[in-house]
Write a protein that binds this ligand. Structure first.
Ligand SMILES: Cc1cc2nc3c(=O)[nH]c(=O)nc-3n(C[C@H](O)[C@H](O)[C@H](O)COP(=O)(O)O)c2cc1C
Length: 358
């Protein structure tokens, strides 16, 4: 009896299986608006139980990368509606990942009037691709004022409402991988001395305000969050109190009744592994659904589900390269290999042209 391919519940939703498509930024949204090509890509992959979209910005200032979608204009909501219709027609559920890039950004990627924002004016080491001028250093961000913080919380809440209006079953707040929410959590990027910086209670405040606002907007059973404890991506170095800080977050998010927490483990991509003790701490402290991700194949997914380590398994690169991953896993068939050179390039190549089994 396979757990992986059996039905599951997520809040009030029934999922057709326990395979989740991980959020994958693909940079096909010209003008930051979801299009027919994207609707086709997501519909192709809708034999999973739950799709989590690519990181999608709730505001113009959150669009740090080129050609990533937003969910703050009427046009964007209309584009996303085509995506959710196509996915629902094939039986999958779909959550939108709300991602504000914060300081992982370059002004050349932002529309006029948008600003590179972060908790503090501390630049993220590393480079950002721009269509106009190629690779550039990440920009120096502006430290957010109280008014910026209030406005950004409101943008997340409006983004959540817009996602539901576009037919989404819920949203995932991107609290992982060095983007704005994690920039508040981590002490290297958050050097504030006000009530949003210093102690973990203060560094978590913005994240919890965003969660509360999203819950108020659409309900706790439609709000999940992705976190990357021990993650180092986008200049997020390890620090002494990491484990205790994430235990605090696990408890606070549990108290709010979020529908799921989704943990990142980028060790299959060469990052340091997330200690097992941290994953089991989340399992203990958080009573909603737990999604684990990172380097899963069918056998490991089945074994972690059977061991009760989590409720659902998120899969990134194998779903990217195999629109029919669930069918292939069921059949024990060979998989297409992902083509890294087309991960972030415009157009259908390496996007909608991966073959399915005949
Ligand atoms: C092309 C690409 C784009 C990604 N974009 C996002 C993203 O938008 N949001 C996010 O939380 N993670 C993103 N990730 C990380 C994946 O969700 C996932 O955690 C990672 O690929 C490891 O899982 P896997 O081994 O199953 O691929 C991305 C990964 C890749 C390869």
């Amino acid at each position: 009896m396979s757990l992986l391919f059996s039905k599951a519940t997520l809040g009030s939703l029934e999922l057709q299986n326990r395979v989740v498509m991980s959020p994958l930024t693909r940079n096909r949204a010209d003008g930051n608006v979801p299009n027919e090509l994207m609707a086709q890509y997501y519909a192709q992959r809708a034999s999973v139980g739950l799709i989590i979209t690519e990181g999608t910005s709730p505001s113009s200032s959150g669009l740090g990368y080129p050609r990533i979608p937003g969910v703050f204009s009427t046009e964007q909501v209309a584009g996303w509606t085509r995506v959710t219709e196509g996915v629902h027609a094939r039986g999958a559920k779909i959550f939108m990942q709300l991602m504000h890039c914060g300081r992982v950004a370059h002004p050349l990627n932002l529309p006029a009037g948008a600003r590179v924002l972060a908790p503090s004016a501390v630049v993220a080491a590393g480079e950002m691709y721009t269509d106009a001028e190629g690779m550039k250093s990440n920009a120096m961000p502006q430290a957010m004022t109280d008014a910026d913080i209030k406005a950004t919380v409101e943008e997340f809440a409006q983004g959540a409402k817009n996602a539901v209006a576009a037919g989404f079953d819920g949203i995932e707040l991107h609290g992982a991988n060095g983007y704005l929410l994690e920039q508040f959590i981590r002490p290297n990027s958050n050097q504030r001395t006000d009530r949003y910086g210093g102690s973990i209670e203060n560094r978590a405040r913005f994240v919890l305000e965003v969660a509360d606002a999203a819950i108020k907007a659409i309900g706790a059973d439609k709000v999940g969050m992705r976190l990357s404890p021990f993650g180092v991506f986008n200049d997020m170095p390890p620090y002494e109190a990491m484990e205790a800080d994430y235990a605090y977050l696990a408890r606070e998010l549990n108290a709010r009744g979020l529908v799921y927490l989704h943990l990142v483990d980028h060790s299959p991509m060469g990052a340091p592994p997330v200690p097992d003790a941290v994953k089991s701490m989340f399992r203990r402290e958080f009573k909603g659904a737990l999604i684990l991700s990172g380097g899963y194949d069918a056998a490991r997914a089945e074994s972690d589900l059977a061991a009760g380590k989590c409720d659902l398994i998120a899969v990134g690169r194998p779903v990217l390269a195999n629109p029919d991953l669930v069918e292939r896993w069921k059949a024990g068939a060979a998989l297409n290999a992902p083509d890294f050179s087309t991960f972030y390039t415009p157009g259908p190549k390496g996007y909608t042209d991966y073959p399915s089994l005949g």
